[in-house]
Design a protein around this ligand. Structure first.
Ligand SMILES: Nc1nc2c(c(=O)[nH]1)N[C@H]1C(S)=C(S)[C@@H](COP(=O)(O)O)O[C@H]1N2
Ligand SMILES: [Mo]
Length: 236
């Protein structure tokens, strides 16, 4: 984001440090953030996408606002649905896989300009999770929290209930790996990438909308592709 400054370099530095490459490699060019995410994924022995992600040319960049790429093993992962709900949920990856599944193919567009065409996602509709938890009537918004300890996002209740807003665990036919925010992340398909909270740990139903991490740096709450943040990208 203006954030090439804020979104990637900390993780980049840490990963380069791990590899003993040092700061000089940062000058190597834009390919490096993609490669670093691949490396971050490959660093996890449990990450099924790690090796294949070493194939260059996907167009992806891997963002993290913290000092690294956190990781929770799918077998230990839990997603909570809390706040103003009739019954709080704590869901495992198996619980999510047992729910009605939705597939969606969309371009993924970052507000900084990069776009990855035709990304295949699979997961569960956020609306289905809100229904299952019994989100109470009259609630205005939903807040998402990352287990990276820092990142948050939010949507209005109407946005959250759209059928192109998913809690996803599968990307291009494989489990979502560490670098892409696995094992479970949010996908807000009609909005810029910053709405799609990686390493998702909780979903909270709230009576008022609480702006997310990047909104605190001036990015639009309503992040529609092509009609927000002063951009005119073609929506997908
Ligand atoms: N937890 C967390 N989620 C995040 C981010 C982040 O830094 N941390 N970056 C956001 C931004 S700006 C984009 S464009 C996408 C990038 O997803 P990717 O890293 O899988 O390419 O994740 C979004 N979700
Ligand atoms: Mo982004």
């Amino acid at each position: 984001m203006s954030s090439e400054a804020q979104g990637t370099p900390i993780g980049r530095r840490v990963v380069l440090g791990l590899l003993g490459l040092g700061g000089a490699s940062v000058a190597a060019g834009p390919w490096i953030s993609r490669w670093l995410g691949d490396v971050a994924g490959a660093l996890s022995p449990h990450d099924p996408t790690g090796l294949s992600a070493l194939i260059p040319g996907t167009g992806w960049r891997y963002y993290t606002v913290t000092s690294g790429f956190p990781y929770e093993a799918p077998a230990k992962y839990h997603l909570t649905v809390t706040g103003n709900v009739d019954h709080e949920l704590t869901l495992t990856t198996a619980d999510l896989q047992a729910m009605p599944r939705t597939k969606l193919t969309r371009d993924f567009q970052c507000v900084t300009g990069w776009r990855v065409p035709n990304v295949h996602w699979e997961g569960v509709r956020l609306a289905a999770l809100l229904d299952r938890a019994g989100a109470q009537a009259g609630q205005q918004a939903v807040t998402f929290t990352s287990y990276d300890g820092t990142y948050t996002e939010s949507l209005t209740m109407a946005q959250a209930r759209r059928d192109d807003v998913l809690v996803v665990d599968t990307l291009d036919g494989r489990p979502i790996g560490r670098a892409h925010g696995g094992p479970v992340r949010l996908l807000v398909a009609p909005m810029y990438g910053y709405k799609s909270c990686k390493w998702l740990s909780s979903i909270e139903v709230t009576d008022r909308l609480v702006p997310g991490y990047w909104e605190g740096f001036g990015y639009d709450q309503n992040a529609w592709v092509g009609r927000s943040n002063g951009r005119t990208d073609a929506p997908t």
